[in-house]
Design a protein around this ligand. Structure first.
Ligand SMILES: Nc1ncnc2c1ncn2[C@@H]1O[C@H](COP(=O)(O)OP(=O)(O)OP(=O)(O)O)[C@@H](O)[C@H]1O
Length: 854
């Protein structure tokens, strides 16, 4: 051993002791690369210092000659629990306890019984020379008296021919083990006698009534029959442990292969030859379930060996199986490790590679789904010797749960699958655990499937994630998609839009999704539940990832329904990575999602769906165009509230020729929109009307409504409208309306709740205070603006004081700080009177109105 090998051995011994550990973990612990560690592990394995468990991944542990039940195949697999219970039966004080082993003929009942005895010796609970006495009750089935006398012994004269006192087998087993096979053949009287022996530790031989024989015997019983029907209940109750051995066909494949290899190895030892056995022969043997059991399989092996031996008894090498498959064989001789089955794995990899090739061919020539199904079934049949009942059962359990909770509940897909279908798909999925996936190239097939069935692939992958977290599991198991979705693929792929629901909260989005998909009976929407504090950027990561998975070509459009946020921002974020038509809908509800869902399902045109969505009402905003609008538009935004903007919009619509869409916008939104977009976004915007001057780097006309009241401003306003194709008389009519509106009387008309005269007095007083403090004299236009702003502010504060959500602001610099504290003082009076707080945002708006003058 080199030093490094020593080190690896020590690492395994110290870090992992008796645990199975994979190559990568050991490599990491030893600080060596995977390639290097593999060489050392193989060396240690060859030297018998490590035990290896083939599979994925290959596992290793320190080899221990004295590991319990070492030679019992399945001791760490399907028989693990049984072994544990048997160990308990051996050590339980003072003398262990009896057990019954059940199972069909040839499953290894006698073998296990003998192993228990050997184990007991190893554990020193019985002495080295303790006996293992066996009796098969079936041998005496026709002569119950003889059976009884053999078991319990007899006294001279007990029956004719009883010439002298004779000890029974039970006496011989004193201080050791008694294995009573086919115990159900024991007559009732003998069963009664046995259970009193189990109770009291003594019995009377035949013809003996006085001197009981005291013995210390450990019993193991076995039967092929059902316990309740063939044995006395009183007897069965005396035996605390019942173990049932699985039939050969129900053993995992790895164990079946080990049992077969073992059978050949025993023959190889017996006749001192080396066998070359074709994979086909091994496969046939693994499928052996007609005769069903290890014993029967061993007999078959024996016959195979005998017949091949007779053909060539002189040679050292004996071939079993058809010579045409020469390359496809495994070698077994006296040194073969029965757990090593890598060679037969190659055959499976071959077959699976062939399957992928055939499927690829079939997808590229756009074969029908039923042809693809036939192909899959054919291959599954070829591989059916790999069927592992336990594994298939556990996969189909998870598969059924996934179908119910993911496909059915979330995506509304009701698949018509029989139990046989589920079993077949589970078998397909189980192959993953037998195949060295690194040797199978899935990439091309996956991309073909992705191309052909993109939507089905998507939901299928969601399902696979639920069955195994292993990333390769998903990649490797693509072919079975066809079996699972056989009659739904066309329906799923018929959807030509991408639908996404986004909502804050643990399950809001997914529950709307579930309702809509189920009502439509198809996978229409994907949904993402989002944490409350998620940013628009993070939201877009979800959306982007999902959209990227969809096929962009001949894809009619994307619908994104979300619950709150900025429409324009959401729209332009998504547009950055998709060229498809896009409609975003805000304030999603189940009803809107269902309406859109049904239209998607019906395959309505994009424009049609958009038009319908626009009718969902004010509460739910929609956007489907890049830019602020796809119509020529004028934006109206008043600092004093959307209500004021709406009034201006109304006046414009009444007076102008309706060439323009008038978009009203909250003042904060306008500022954000200007900051976050490029010139292109405002391509169709003629100008913006506001109540205050706004700075922007964009080339866009912004006109202060109070300037319009004066000559220069009016001329500019008129020019803008005329340039946009508006008629002079219309503009004049609008102007007249506005002049009337922006007077003290106009302001009074605006107030809905408060007494206008009182409010106007108050706002005049506030304006007066600012003028006095700063020693300024404001012009009429600015005063009007202030009156309008302040009076609407008071009403707004009264109505919305608690609901209002405003951007946070800070006052920096001496001038701003001074303005802040002056304003606080000036507003004190109305704050006390109306019982509200003028918040910092409102003060910042005041500052924007006044900062040119102070
Ligand atoms: N788990 C096992 N590990 C190794 N060998 C086994 C195992 N199980 C069974 N065998 C092999 O199978 C053979 C048949 O098993 P055994 O005779 O113990 O079956 P049985 O259930 O007692 O059958 P019967 O009811 O016919 O007596 C054994 O000789 C043994 O070589």
């Amino acid at each position: 051993m080199t030093k490094s090998v020593d080190k690896v051995y020590k690492v395994i011994q110290e870090e992992y002791g008796d645990e199975w550990t994979d190559t990568k973990t050991i490599a990491d612990a030893a600080g060596l690369s995977r390639n290097v560690i593999s060489i050392y592990l193989s060396q240690l394995y060859k030297e018998g210092k490590l035990t290896k468990k083939s599979g994925r991944p290959v596992l290793w542990k320190i080899a221990k000659d004295d590991a319990p039940f070492q030679n019992l195949i399945g001791h760490s697999g399907s028989l693990k629990d049984i072994v544990k219970k048997c160990q308990e039966s051996i050590v339980y004080p003072p003398n262990g306890f009896p057990l019954i082993i059940t199972g069909p003929s040839g499953v290894g009942k006698s073998f296990l019984a003998k192993d228990i005895y050997n184990e007991a010796k190893k554990m020193k609970v019985i002495s080295d020379d303790a006996k293992f006495v066996t009796l098969n009750a079936a041998d005496y089935a026709n002569n119950p008296e003889l059976l009884s006398s053999v078991l319990f012994g007899y006294k001279k004269g007990a029956f004719t021919g009883a010439n002298e006192d004779t000890l029974g087998l039970i006496d011989q087993a004193d201080n050791g083990y008694f294995f009573l096979d086919e115990v159900h053949r024991l007559p009732k009287e003998s069963q009664e006698k046995l259970f009193s022996l189990l109770d009291l530790g003594k019995f009377y031989p035949l013809g003996e009534n006085e001197n009981a024989h005291k013995v210390n015997v450990r019993f193991i019983f076995a039967t092929t029959e059902d316990l309740d029907n063939f044995l006395l209940k009183t007897f069965v109750r005396r035996v605390p442990l019942h173990v049932s051995l699985p039939a050969f066909k129900d053993r995992p494949l790895t164990e079946r292969l080990a049992l077969i290899t073992n059978a050949f190895k025993e023959e190889a030892v017996r006749i001192d030859r080396r066998f070359y056995i074709t994979n086909k022969v091994i496969e046939e043997l693994t499928k052996n379930d007609a005769s069903g059991n290890v014993g029967a399989m061993q007999n078959e092996v024996k016959l195979l060996c005998a017949s091949a031996y007779t053909e060539n008894y002189q040679g050292k090498d004996i071939h079993i199986g058809s010579s045409s498959e020469k390359d496809n064989y495994i070698v077994i001789d006296k040194d073969t490790d029965i757990n090593d089955r890598t060679e037969s794995i190659d055959n499976e990899i071959d077959l699976i590679n062939q399957l992928h090739l055939a499927l690829k061919k079939s997808t590229s020539k756009k074969d029908t789904i039923s042809n693809q199904i036939l192909l899959l079934m054919k291959f599954l049949k070829k591989l059916d010797y790999l069927m592992d009942t336990n594994l298939i059962q556990s996969i189909s359990y998870k598969l059924k749960i996934g179908i119910e909770s993911i496909l059915n509940k979330r995506y509304g897909l009701k698949l018509q699958l029989s139990d046989a279908d589920i079993k077949q798909i589970s078998f397909g999925l189980s192959l993953y655990y037998f195949t060295d996936y690194e040797k199978v190239n899935m990439t091309e097939l996956n991309s073909d499937f992705e191309e052909l069935y993109p939507r089905t692939m998507y939901v299928y992958k969601q399902l696979l994630k639920g069955i195994s977290e292993d990333k390769d599991f998903e990649e490797f198991n693509i072919p079975w998609l066809v079996l699972l979705f056989k009659d739904k693929i066309n329906q799923i792929e018929s959807i030509q839009y991408t639908g996404i629901i986004l909502a804050h909260g643990d399950s809001t989005a997914t529950s709307i999704q579930s309702v809509v998909n189920n009502l439509c009976g198809n996978y229409i929407f994907e949904a993402f539940d989002m944490p409350i504090d998620i940013s628009i950027h993070e939201i877009n990561n979800y959306v982007q990832k999902y959209i990227r998975q969809q096929k962009d070509r001949d894809h009619k459009g994307i619908f994104v329904l979300f619950d709150m946020g900025s429409l324009t921002q959401m729209f332009s974020e998504i547009k950055k990575y998709s060229n498809c038509e896009l409609l975003v809908i805000n304030n999603v509800t189940t009803a809107t999602a269902l309406d859109v869902g049904i239209r998607i399902q019906r395959n309505d045109g994009f424009k049609e769906i958009t038009r319908a969505a626009n009718k969902f009402g004010e509460a739910c905003g929609t956007q489907y165009y890049e830019g602020l609008s796809d119509n020529s538009n004028i934006v109206v935004s008043c600092m004093s509230g959307v209500g004021l903007s709406e009034e201006i919009k109304r006046m414009m619509l009444e007076s102008l020729s309706n060439k323009f869409e008038i978009i009203t916008m909250d003042y904060k939104d306008l500022k954000q929109t200007l900051e976050n977009h490029e010139q292109k976004f405002f391509d169709k915007t003629k100008f913006v009307v506001t109540t205050t001057d706004i700075d922007t780097n964009l080339d866009i006309d912004i006109i202060n409504i109070y300037d319009i009241m004066e000559k220069d401003g009016y001329a500019r306003f008129e020019k803008l409208l005329i340039n946009s194709g508006e008629q002079k008389p219309n503009i004049e009519a609008l102007m007249n309306k506005m002049l009337k509106f922006f007077t003290i009387e106009g302001i009074k008309d605006r107030l809905q709740f408060l007494n206008p005269d009182v409010v106007i007095d108050e706002v005049q007083l506030i304006t007066q205070r600012y003028q006095e403090y700063y020693d300024i004299s404001l012009d009429g236009k600015t005063k009007l603006n202030l009156y309008m702003h302040l009076s609407l502010m008071i009403e707004r504060m009264l109505v919305n004081s608690r609901k209002q959500e405003n951007p946070s602001v800070s006052f920096e610099g001496d001038k701003e700080k001074e303005f802040y504290s002056v304003s606080k003082t000036i507003f004190k009076g109305i704050e006390l009177k109306y019982n509200f707080q003028v918040n910092d945002y409102e003060i910042s708006l005041m500052y924007q109105l006044l900062h040119f003058y102070i």
